[in-house]
Design a protein. Structure first.
Length: 206
């Protein structure tokens, strides 16, 4: 194993090509090579910083291990699109090793080598960013909805009105409106429809 390898030989069974290694060492963005099971085979130092763990603790783990569990259905959908189209790009959340979250933008290309796929990702550090047309505020980490806020938005996705949701949850209509307002602020959404759309995009509701 070359001394240039970024992780210890005991952990990494995969030797990146010279070109991948050179690009990885040069790039400012996080670069990851994953296999068909979404298992990390290789990453560069910016990638390790992005996920908040040493390379040796990331290699051989899967993308889902660094993704909030609420977003796993979205990962499955994106992976299916990735397999069909060969490329995918967008924005999403990563779950760092310390359990904090970060909003990232990413691009991925299939078949860097047979069965190995390249992902480039970087954190979006702006105070406000647009995620698929919805503005989201960043305060150190991505705002997280409470379970009750998710529940309220799930009922909204089913077409329930405020009074109906209040009756189902045995609370006042004013309390439901407060939950909506807090969710709008966290998601950067202007109204109920935009908040529901953003939650669906993130896989927070069905």
């Amino acid at each position: 194993m070359s001394s240039r390898t970024l992780v210890p030989p005991a952990v990494l069974n995969h030797q990146p090509s010279d070109l991948v290694w050179i690009i990885g060492r040069t790039a400012f963005d996080g670069l990851f090579v994953v296999d068909e099971t979404r298992r990390y085979l290789y990453l560069n130092e910016p990638g390790a910083r992005l996920l908040g763990a040493p390379e040796a603790e990331i290699v051989n783990r899967r993308i889902e291990d660094f993704t909030p569990s609420q977003l796993w259905p979205a990962v499955q959908r994106l992976w299916g699109e990735f397999k069909r189209r060969g490329v995918v790009q967008g924005r999403g959340e990563v779950l760092r090793a310390d359990r904090s979250r970060a909003l990232v933008e990413y691009r991925a290309t299939r078949d860097l080598r047979p069965g190995e796929h390249l992902i480039a990702a970087r954190e979006i550090a702006a105070a406000q960013v647009s995620v698929d047309g919805v503005r989201a505020e960043m305060r150190g980490e991505v705002a997280v909805l409470t379970p009750r806020e998710q529940e309220v938005l799930q009922f909204a996705a089913y077409g329930r009105r405020t009074r109906e949701i209040a009756e189902l949850l045995n609370v006042s209509a004013g309390t439901i409106k407060t939950h909506f307002e807090h969710a709008y602020e966290k998601l950067g959404a202007r109204d109920r429809a935009a908040a529901v759309a953003e939650c669906l995009r993130r896989g927070l509701i069905d």
